[in-house]
Design a protein around this ligand. Structure first.
Ligand SMILES: NC(=O)c1ccc[n+]([C@@H]2O[C@H](COP(=O)([O-])OP(=O)(O)OC[C@H]3O[C@@H](n4cnc5c(N)ncnc54)[C@H](O)[C@@H]3O)[C@@H](O)[C@H]2O)c1
Length: 265
């Protein structure tokens, strides 16, 4: 039920674009980084795990004829996000795409229990990363994108938002909020030719060394899909490249759902 999917996409207009991917050190974010590298973009893998970000950047420069930069960032800390944007500008002189993918989810784990079991301190910490992080990263790049009169911001929701999902209500709430945030930001920045869209992955086997229990959890969605298999990180990369490319220049404020056909929006 788990099979390999296409990993290289050639999309006109992504070559040399400067693309920041937060949470780019692991999981789906790593797959985005490698996908943009193969498309010829200049990739910034930005992660709280600086070692993982470095490994991804060096994999990109080894396998693709493009440049890559690793940045250690805590998206929940505004000065850290400003330093990230400054470092990118210093190295590349522009910022074309920001993908707000970092979240408390698997690599930094969360309580997956019901509402009564969630510690309010964990609720606050999750909102600090998943939502304040989004707010801070957008603020860090917007003055550059406004001055360029171009830019693409892609925020990450989740299939759990559309049908609801028992357990981890803090996480699902944070992901639902990315949609309202993005619709509002799209209207605030559209006059500067900046697009803001959302990509919502379905239940994806993103863990590097998944436990038996995690594999079971990911396999549980396969039977619910129109396309009956386990979703892997590479399944989401094509839609992400599309949202970052000129092919989607007249799309903004939209949510693209990539889940193999579980929720039909
Ligand atoms: N895997 C799924 O089933 C699934 C489904 C829907 C949506 N998503 C979303 O996709 C994105 C990637 O998910 P994933 O499965 O790869 O999860 P993951 O936990 O493997 O990846 C998240 C990345 O964010 C980084 N990170 C965590 N806190 C950070 C911080 N404060 N600052 C900077 N980086 C930080 C982690 O180190 C990690 O590299 C997340 O936004 C997640 O909510 C995942």
């Amino acid at each position: 039920m788990i099979r390999s999917v296409q990993t290289t996409f050639v999309i006109e207009g992504l070559k040399d674009k400067v693309v920041i991917i937060t949470g780019g050190g692991h999981g789906i974010g790593k797959a985005y980084c490698l996908g943009f590298g193969r498309a010829g973009s200049r990739v910034i893998s930005a992660d709280i795990d600086g070692t993982a970000a470095e490994q991804v950047a060096s994999q990109i420069t080894k396998e693709s004829a493009t440049q890559a930069l690793a940045i250690a960032v805590d998206v929940a800390d505004e000065p850290s996000t400003k330093a990230m944007a400054a470092q990118v500008l210093n190295r590349f002189g522009r910022i074309d795409v920001l993908i707000n993918n970092a979240a408390i989810f698997a690599t930094v784990p969360m309580n997956r229990g019901r509402i009564e079991t969630i510690d309010p301190a964990e609720w606050d910490q999750l909102m600090a990363v998943n939502l304040r992080g989004l707010f801070f990263c957008c603020r860090a790049v917007l003055s550059t994108m406004r001055a360029q009169k171009s830019g693409k911001i892609i925020n990450i929701a989740s299939g759990t938002v559309f049908a609801g999902s028992p357990g981890r209500i803090h996480y699902v709430t944070s992901k639902a909020a990315t949609i309202g945030f993005s619709r509002t930001l799209a209207r605030e920045v559209g006059s500067d030719n900046i697009n803001v869209n959302v990509l919502a992955p379905g239940n994806t086997l993103s863990e590097e060394n998944p436990s038996e229990e995690t594999i079971r959890l990911r396999q549980s969605s396969a039977g619910l899909r129109a396309l009956k298999r386990v979703q892997v990180p590479q399944d989401v990369v094509g839609a992400m490249l599309f949202l970052a490319s000129p092919l989607s220049d007249f799309m903004t404020g939209q949510t693209v759902n990539v889940d193999g056909g579980i929720s039909f929006l």
